[in-house]
Design a protein around this ligand. Structure first.
Ligand code: ARG
Length: 455
């Protein structure tokens, strides 16, 4: 393809470090789509004849069908997907194939292909997030009244509801979706026609190719167009944050499904057994989702490091961009799908959840609030009196509602029978009806709002 000024072919090691075909063949469809749009534009602008344009467009379809049928022989000597496709086109249609690369370079070509590929991943991740949010909403709706412990420092803090906990993740994954949508809007400019770096002297129509490829407009600076990989970095950033959320939830599922917690039963479909311990059922899917964030964060750091300090415009360093995004996208899609499956199948263990919700004096704040509300104590004094009662219950080895009224009154003489009405976990969650709070009715309102938004 560029042999004109060379007397010798590349060393085998040069070929090994230079070739990207082993991985960039994943962009074959995008490469052919981009070339078909470019050929149509060249013909429409009178830069090539319409019969050459047609021959190229038809020939490219044949190449695509060969690739899709697995009949295509990829060659390392031809370096990358762009030259593999063009070379096969030449075999198929002869001379007109040589006119395809008019007014174009591999630099704008690869930027275009990679953008098209990454754009599909944004769309795929957005769909995956919608499916996951749908599964979480199902859990939240069915479990709006299920009481469970809420934690801080992984110590029981206050009772919350299962539905509320599920909806916390809906909020997180909704932000991931919106981040992806934002990035997708920003990236949707066409590099095609920027050529090597400076634009071209041919009278090309960049609006036409941009439109044909579903871009909003051509990118406005040819140097930037061929050197920009922000879209890949943004995809990886969005993926890292999303994978972080997935790993937090995965960690909770690992803890919750343990024999010590027994908060949730994961389905057999998303668990594995042990080859030596017959009793075991392991939450492998959750553990692997928890781990995927490592690869995805690694990809982000790798590409940030590759791009750091690169002068304008294209440098071959940038060929190292694709594997990072391919691997991260594969990991993210799989993690989203596995989490969606697990969430759809899992069953909250209502009794264990309720039992633990009452542990650790989880309604102590309710007692302090009662002292403020009913007896007019300043919150700090109420906090102190409640602390004394917690200490008393701890010494007796009982929970707060099990203290007698007499014992209660030792902390403050005006405490009366009605204090018991706030001490149960159901009373506690029902009372937290502030906007965004854990009360079942609040949760149901949020579920309805999100159901409306996602439809
Ligand atoms: N395989 C190359 C890549 O992935 C295509 C662009 C090559 N451009 C060049 N000037 N050598 O980046």
């Amino acid at each position: 393809m560029w042999g004109g000024r060379f007397a010798a072919g590349p060393d085998a090691i040069m070929e090994a470090i230079n070739a990207s075909i082993d991985f960039d063949k994943r962009m074959a469809r995008q490469d052919i789509e981009g070339s078909r749009a470019h050929a149509a534009m060249l013909a429409a602008c009178g830069i090539i004849t319409s019969s050459d344009g047609e021959a190229i467009r038809e020939g490219l379809l044949t190449v695509l069908s060969e690739i899709e049928a697995g009949e295509f022989t990829f060659s390392k000597e031809l370096e990358d997907i762009h030259m593999n496709v063009e070379s096969r086109l030449k075999d198929l249609i002869g001379e007109p194939a040589g006119r395809l690369h008019t007014g174009r370079s591999r630099n704008d070509q690869v930027a275009t292909d990679f953008k098209l590929w990454t754009r599909d991943q944004f769309d795929g991740a957005i769909d995956g997030l919608d499916a996951l949010m749908g599964a979480l909403l199902g859990q939240a709706e069915a479990g709006a009244d299920i009481v469970m412990p809420g934690f801080t420092h992984l110590q029981v803090a206050q009772p919350v509801t299962w539905g509320h906990h599920m909806m916390a993740y809906v909020e997180m994954f909704a932000r991931d979706k919106s981040r992806m949508q934002d990035a997708r809007v920003r990236m949707n400019e066409s590099p095609l026609g920027a050529a090597a770096l400076a634009g071209t002297a041919y009278p090309i129509d960049r609006d036409m190719t941009a439109k044909a490829l579903g871009f909003d407009r051509p990118s406005a600076n040819s140097l930037d167009a061929v050197s920009d990989r922000d879209f890949a970095l943004e995809f990886l950033s969005c993926a890292s944050i999303c994978a972080t959320h997935l790993s937090r939830f995965a960690e909770e599922l690992v803890i919750w499904s343990s024999a010590q917690f027994r908060f949730v039963v994961l389905s057999d479909r998303f668990s594995t057994g042990s080859s030596i311990m017959p009793q075991k059922k392991n939450p492998d899917a959750a553990e692997l989702i928890r781990a995927k964030v490592g690869r995805i964060n690694g990809s982000l750091v790798a590409l940030l490091t590759i791009m750091k300090g690169l002068p304008l415009a294209y440098s071959k360093d940038m060929q190292e961009d694709k594997e990072q995004v391919f691997d991260a996208a594969d990991s993210l899609m799989l993690a989203l799908a596995a989490m969606t499956g697990m969430v759809g199948d899992m069953k909250p263990n209502v009794d264990s959840l309720r039992e633990s919700a009452a542990m650790g004096f989880s309604t102590a704040t309710d007692l302090a609030d009662w002292l403020v509300r009913e007896l007019g104590l300043p919150f700090r004094d109420a906090h102190h009196a409640t602390g004394a009662l917690v200490k008393m219950a701890e010494d007796k080895g009982c929970d707060l509602p099990e203290l007698s009224l007499k014992e209660m009154q030792s902390a403050h003489p005006e405490i009366n029978q009605s204090v018991y009405s706030v001490l149960g976990v159901d009373n506690s969650v029902a009372s937290r009806a502030s906007y965004g709070g854990t009360a079942p009715d609040q949760v149901r309102e949020q579920v309805a709002r999100w159901n409306g938004k996602l439809k």
